[in-house]
Design a protein around this ligand. Structure first.
Ligand code: HEM
Length: 196
């Protein structure tokens, strides 16, 4: 067992096997009822949406609660470990989980039959506001944070140190904007089902 737990992808495989068993044991009978098939698929889509959202927002909060405030306290000779190893890996999962959250969220809205009405505020307003907040956040990730982090981390060349510092600051401030938007966005996500 420890051999499995030592390797991330084996542990992930174990978790996926466990969730497949859980899904089948609890809701497998829905597969035999054509009227419940759509609900069965919707439950899986919401599950995929929430796990990708947790990965994205979890990393956003990691950057804001842990990495950004701790960086100034790290001795100069240790900083490259963060810049060269931790940050690029975290940013990889960060940007792709943001995209996965948007795609699965749009799928959930489509399956619930309100994708366009929610986005145009002609349908459920709470989730429409949440979707727009999350779309702004995802655009920030892909079009501001990631391009500027590439400059700050030396993944793409920059003209001088001033450009590098300006890129790092813009990425940090945009990440803070996303942090600020994350609480109202999550309220909309969970309140739609409960309060409409
Ligand atoms: C553009 C991105 C997003 C879109 C299009 C989207 C879309 C949706 C939709 C359509 C629902 C179903 C609401 C309902 O009718 O009950 C939903 C629920 C939810 N979303 Fe998102 N969402 C996005 C981002 C996020 C993010 C970043 C998170 C972070 C974890 C998140 C977490 C949740 C949660 C927890 C629910 C509640 C599930 C439930 O109670 O059934 N969403 N989202």
């Amino acid at each position: 067992m420890t051999k499995i737990l030592e390797k991330l992808y084996w542990a992930l495989g174990l978790s996926v096997a466990l969730v497949a068993v859980t899904m089948y044991a609890l809701h497998g009978k829905m597969l035999h009822d054509p009227n419940q098939m759509q609900t069965f698929i919707l439950a899986k889509a919401v599950w995929l949406h929430v796990i990708s959202g947790i990965l994205w927002i979890g990393l956003l909060w990691y950057f804001n609660f842990v990495q950004i405030p701790t960086m100034p306290k790290i001795p100069a000779e240790l900083k490259p470990a963060i810049g060269k190893f931790i940050a690029p890996e975290a940013l990889f999962w960060f940007r792709w989980s943001a995209l996965a959250t948007v795609v699965t969220g749009a799928l959930v809205a489509y399956l619930k039959g309100y994708l366009v009405p929610a986005l145009t505020f002609a349908g459920p307003v709470t989730i429409g506001v949440g979707m727009w907040l999350a779309l702004i956040m995802a655009a920030n990730v892909w079009f501001i944070i990631w391009p500027n982090q590439k400059k700050a981390l030396g993944i793409v060349p920059v003209k001088n140190d001033a450009e590098k510092a300006a890129a790092a600051r813009l990425a940090m401030l945009t990440s803070r904007v996303n942090f600020v938007l994350s609480l109202p966005m999550l309220y909309c996500m969970v309140a739609q089902n409960i309060a409409g």
